[in-house]
Design a protein around this ligand. Structure first.
Ligand code: ATP
Ligand code: MG
Length: 565
């Protein structure tokens, strides 16, 4: 079972800085390589397969690859691993580039495609055949499984001793398009008895007809990842090929390919544990299901752990980079608490976001002793954390809205907000007293009649004290907006944890989205993607669904942390 990474909670160890806490064994390895002269420079790459949108797990890899290059004054390439013609789509490539840039990284002129190397990779395969280190095989996928042996029992391979000339001829004809998908494969001749099944004569080329996004119909044979990746790394002069743990058992094959072909440079593969986050799924395969089955509104749904979803939700690149720094890099699998990501975000937004007042579920209040057409402008700070952000003026008037749950007709003892006969302070304005509760025929509260005490203006001389301050907006001078509140997409900490016969879809949180169509906000003008703190409610950002006369806000994160040390 995966364990929550409690010890990585920075809030729990305030005496240590995030940088000290976040161990990164890869940097230790690189420093050892540099010291021993195994490497003269540091050159990394981020190699996404363009078959989906990037998620927060990829952010860990991006920060690690680009961040490591930066730390050692090296270089980092962006390379699309586009060796699979059926799946690649331009839409994904464009989105991936936009996401990497948004995160704050720049590949400059080092954008590469594995497909650019198809001819070279093919030539290395020919080289292997000529050296008797690869052969054309006729087993189909099922037969290959039957021949793969078991622990302690070697695999068998009936075409292993095919003459070199024959393999060369067949491989050329595979390329020429003479055969159907799956009819032949090219296999590396390594070790049928290896305890590592990856080394039991792995397939390195397969036939696959179909148009490729970049090379069109030039090819109908494609190199497997295990063959294409080390060669691509070598051709680009990558010194450290950083990847996730599932490639650890492939490392001997990675090294074998580099050692047994004439590819130019030697690269070292280092594996680290992928990021898992509570209350979410991360694999593109599962994210794709959420999109295709309509459980979310798209790849950029603000509940998705995709970078485009987080961006739309209102996350800042700074918060995500900070998070990646704090979780560190290790080899052991772990499950990081989503609350840590939220903690990083709150820290960033607290200083960045200006405060505004927005009433999510409005209740009308008429201040009966305030002049009918009275109006005054009351000053309020934009950001108490940043006095230099100045103040703005709020229009106050006879009719205002307050939050429905800031009033209780029959409150419990410790309820200090508004109640019949009770008093409360309106933020930046006056103390009001509830005189009368107005109800409709069905008995629903529709309005409160209150009086205000003109002596109690905020910042004035009055020493009158009440126990609570609530937010409000002027009913005549507010805007009606749509507010979308989000909760975790999955109820379970680990969505994959489900009873037999069920799958992660059954763990979806039915209440992950709540739409409030009638929220009232003070009269502000907003910029696309602008972020605010709605007083007492949390951080919100302008959603792209916003149109001139219809503003839509996403709740990025609530104010209080549920993050426990
Ligand atoms: P997925 O399983 O989500 O489909 P992937 O590994 O197939 O991911 P790629 O496009 O091949 O996705 O990944 C590009 C890089 O990002 C790889 O080096 C991969 O190891 C890394 N990566 C993918 N998921 C994570 C994760 N959860 N944490 C850290 N790195 C990741
Ligand atoms: Mg993949």
């Amino acid at each position: 079972m995966e364990e929550k990474v409690k010890e990585q909670n920075p809030a729990a160890r305030p005496e240590e800085t995030a940088a000290q806490m976040a161990g990164n064994f890869i940097h230790d390895e690189i420093e050892a390589d540099l010291a021993a002269g195994h490497a003269q420079t540091v050159h990394t790459r981020f190699p996404p397969e363009p078959n989906g949108y990037l998620h927060i797990g990829h952010a860990k890899s991006i920060c690690l690859n680009f961040g490591t290059a930066k730390k050692y004054q090296g270089l980092c390439n962006l390379r699309f691993d586009d060796t699979n013609p059926a799946k690649e789509e331009q839409e994904f490539m464009d989105a991936i580039k936009a996401d990497v840039r948004w995160l704050g990284f720049d590949w400059q002129d080092r954008l590469f495609f594995a497909s650019d190397y198809f001819e070279q990779i093919y030539q290395y395969a020919v080289e292997l055949i000529k050296a008797g280190k690869a052969y054309v095989c006729e087993l189909n996928a099922d037969q290959m499984r039957e021949h793969r042996g078991s622990i302690g029992q070697p695999a068998t391979s009936p075409w292993r001793d095919r003459p070199i000339e024959e393999s060369l001829d067949l491989f050329a004809r595979m390329r020429a398009g003479e055969f159907a998908d799956g009819q032949y494969t090219l296999r590396a001749k390594i070790d049928l008895a290896s305890p590592n099944f990856v080394m039991r004569d792995p397939v390195i080329y397969r036939i696959q007809h179909g148009e490729h996004n970049r090379t069109g119909n030039d090819w109908c044979i494609y190199p497997m990842y295990d063959f294409a990746h080390p060669i691509s790394d070598s051709l680009e002069g990558i010194t450290h090929s950083i990847c996730t743990m599932e490639f650890e058992i492939h490392r001997p094959l990675y090294d074998w390919v580099i050692a047994n072909t004439s590819c130019p440079t030697k690269s070292r593969q280092i594996e680290f544990a992928r990021l898992n986050l509570t209350h979410t799924v991360m694999s593109k395969r599962f994210l794709r299901r959420l999109v295709e089955e309509g459980h979310v509104r798209g790849w950029d749904d603000p509940r998705m752990p995709t970078l485009s979803g987080l961006r739309r939700r209102g996350y800042t690149p700074e918060a995500i980079r900070d998070f990646c720094e704090r979780i560190g890099v290790a080899k052991a699998e772990s499950m990081v608490d989503s609350a840590l990501l939220e903690h990083c975000l709150r820290e960033d937004l607290n200083t960045q976001a200006d405060r505004v007042m927005c009433v999510l579920r409005p209740l009308k209040v008429v201040i009966t002793n305030y002049p009918e057409d009275g109006r005054e402008m009351l000053p309020i700070e934009n950001n108490p954390e940043k006095p230099e952000r100045g103040k703005r003026l709020l229009p106050f008037g006879r009719e205002i809205y307050i939050e429905q749950d800031d009033f209780m007709e029959e409150p419990p003892k410790k309820f200090f907000r508004l109640k019949p006969g009770g008093e409360v302070r309106l933020k930046a304005a006056y103390i009001i007293k509830c005189e009368e509760v107005i109800k409709d025929e069905a008995g629903n509260i529709v309005e409160l009649h209150c009086t205000y005490d003109p002596e109690t203006i905020s910042g004035g001389p009055s020493t009158k004290k009440v126990k609570a301050t609530i937010h409000w907006v002027n009913a005549k001078e507010c805007k009606t907006v749509e507010v979308r509140l989000y909760d975790y997409l999955f109820t379970a900490d680990n969505p994959y944890d489900c009873p037999e016969g069920a799958d992660f879809i059954d763990n979806l949180n039915p209440n992950s989205l709540e739409v409030l169509p009638d929220a009232k906000i003070e009269p502000i003008y907003v910029m696309p993607n602008e972020r605010f703190q709605f007083l007492r409610h949390g951080y919100f950002c302008v959603d792209p669904d916003t149109e001139n006369d219809h503003m839509v806000f996403n709740r990025i994160v609530s104010l209080k942390s549920s993050f426990k040390a």
